[in-house]
Design a protein. Structure first.
Length: 424
C-alpha cells in the first residue's frame, strides 16, 4: 500500500522508523522507536516550547512598548531622562538578557496535557493576554516610572521640567581670546528641595567640600556657604561688556555675568579637599561649584536613579510573574536558573546604585532609605495587579476549556493507539 499521498495530505503525517523510505520522507513525524506513546512526550514538549515562546514575546511586547511610552511622555513633558549610556546597558543586561534566558527552560505547567488544543490559526499571544496582561502593563509601567521620577524630583530638586531645573543654577562667562565662553560649572545653585543655596568658593583644609558632601542628598554643609566665600567681600563678577560675543560669534544675553580680568589669570589649582593639585588653572576655576555634585545636578541624578530603579524592578517583577499562569508564589522556585539569575540581576542593579566608584561610572547615585523604600512600592503594586489579572485570565480560560472527560469520550486515547492499529 502506497501511503505517501495520505501522509503528505494529513495535518501531521506520522510514519514508523521501520517503515518504507518513501513514507518516512512524506511524513512530518517519524517514530524512530516505532512507539506511538512517543507522540505524547513530543506533544508535551511542543506545548511547553510554544508556551515559553509566548511568554517571551509577551514580555518583550509589554516592556519594549512600555519603555517607548515612557520616552515619549518624558519628551512631551520635558522631564529628565532616567536612563542614558552605561546604565541603559545595565538595564538591558539585567532584564532583557539575564532575565529572559531562563524562560527558555521553564518547565511545563501541570495541566499542559489536559488543556484544550489551540487552533492552528491561533496567535502566539492570545487576545485575552493582550487585554488582561500587556495593555495593563503599559499603563502601570508608564505611571510608575513617571511617578517615581516626579517624586524623586520633588524630594531632591524641587522643580520638574528641564528648563526649570536649568534655571536653578547660574553660570558666568570667562574670556577666551576675543570672545567669551560659558563656564563648565555654575558659580551659584539654588536647591528648593533642600532649602539651601550653594555659592562657589576656594576650598580650604578646614572647610572643604569633600569633608561635608552628603552622597545621599547632594548637600555640602558649610563648604559652599555664601558667608565663607568672597561674594560679599569682593564680588568677582561684573556685567559683561557691551558687544561681547560668545565663541559662536553671537552676542551674549543681556544681564550675563563675566569674570573680572584678574580672575582669568593663571594660578595654582586647588582641589575639592582644599589641597593643591599641583597643576595650573585660571583663578575663577577655584571658586565655582563642582560640576557634577552641586545640589541641583546631583539631586536630579538621585531622582533619575529612583526612576531607573523602579524600571528595573518593575521589569524583573513582571517577568517572573508571567513565567506561569499560576500564582507566582506557587511556581517561583520550580526553575532554579530563573531564581539564580534574578539574584544576579538584582545584585547588578543594587551594586550599580550603591557602590561608589561604579555608580559614578554609570551616572547613578546612592539612594537613602526613604528613596530606596519608595522605589519598591510601584514594583510591588505592578506585581500584585498582574497577579490579579492572571487570576481573572485563568478563570476565564478554564471556563472555555473543553472538559477532559468529554474529550476522552470524543477522541481515542493515544495510549490505546499502539494496540488498536495493526499493520496492513
Amino acid at each position: 500500500v502506497n501511503d505517501a499521498p495520505a501522509l503528505a495530505q494529513a495535518d501531521v503525517g506520522v510514519a514508523m522508523g521501520s517503515g518504507a523510505a518513501v513514507a518516512r520522507h512524506a511524513a512530518e513525524v517519524v517514530l524512530l522507536n516505532d512507539d506511538f506513546t512517543s507522540i505524547v512526550a513530543a506533544v508535551e514538549e511542543g506545548r511547553r516550547a510554544f508556551a515559553n515562546m509566548s511568554k517571551i514575546v509577551t514580555y518583550w511586547l509589554s516592556i519594549n512598548i512600555a519603555e517607548l511610552l515612557v520616552s515619549t511622555t518624558i519628551l512631551m513633558l520635558h522631564l529628565p531622562t532616567p536612563w542614558d549610556g552605561a546604565n541603559q546597558q545595565i538595564l538591558a543586561l539585567a532584564t532583557t538578557t539575564l532575565g529572559v534566558l531562563p524562560i527558555c527552560v521553564e518547565p511545563a505547567e501541570a495541566d499542559v496535557m489536559t488543556a484544550a488544543p489551540r487552533m492552528r490559526s491561533g496567535a502566539l499571544v492570545r487576545p485575552m493576554v493582550w487585554k488582561m496582561i500587556i495593555l495593563p502593563m503599559w499603563m502601570l509601567f508608564l505611571a510608575c516610572v513617571i511617578g517615581a521620577l516626579c517624586v524623586g524630583l520633588h524630594l531632591h530638586v524641587g522643580k520638574f521640567r528641564n528648563s526649570e531645573i536649568a534655571a536653578l543654577c547660574e553660570f558666568a562667562y570667562h574670556r577666551t581670546g576675543r570672545c567669551w565662553s560659558q563656564d563648565d560649572a555654575p558659580y551659584h545653585c539654588s536647591c528648593p528641595a533642600l532649602g539651601i543655596e550653594q555659592w562657589g568658593r576656594q576650598q580650604t583644609r578646614d572647610n572643604n567640600f569633600e569633608a561635608h558632601f552628603d552622597r545621599f542628598s547632594g548637600g555640602s554643609g558649610q563648604a559652599y556657604d555664601r558667608s565663607a566665600g568672597i561674594w560679599d567681600r569682593a564680588p568677582p563678577l561684573q556685567d559683561c561688556p557691551p558687544g561681547s560675543l560668545d565663541h559662536h560669534g553671537l552676542p551674549l544675553v543681556d544681564g550675563s555675568q563675566c569674570w573680572k580680568e584678574e580672575w582669568s589669570n593663571t594660578t595654582d589649582c586647588i582641589g575639592l579637599g582644599g589641597q593643591s593639585l599641583g597643576t595650573s588653572c585660571q583663578a575663577f576655576e577655584n571658586v565655582v561649584l563642582d560640576r557634577s555634585r552641586n545640589c541641583v545636578r546631583y539631586g536630579t541624578m538621585l531622582a533619575k536613579t529612583m526612576a531607573w530603579h523602579v524600571m528595573i524592578l518593575c521589569e524583573l517583577g513582571f517577568l517572573h510573574s508571567i513565567r506561569s499562569p499560576m500564582l507566582c508564589v506557587q511556581t517561583f522556585f520550580r526553575n532554579v536558573y530563573s531564581v539564580l539569575l534574578l539574584g544576579v540581576s538584582l545584585a547588578i542593579a543594587e551594586l550599580s546604585i550603591q557602590m561608589p566608584m561604579l555608580n559614578e561610572a554609570v551616572s547613578l547615585a546612592p539612594l537613602d532609605l526613604r528613596s530606596f523604600a519608595l522605589s519598591w512600592l510601584c514594583p510591588l503594586l505592578v506585581l500584585s495587579l498582574i497577579e490579579l489579572s492572571k487570576c481573572v485570565l485563568r478563570r476565564r480560560s478554564s471556563s472555555r476549556q473543553l472538559p477532559l472527560e468529554r474529550a476522552r469520550c470524543a477522541t481515542p486515547l493515544l495510549s490505546g493507539l499502539g494496540t488498536s492499529l495493526q499493520p496492513l
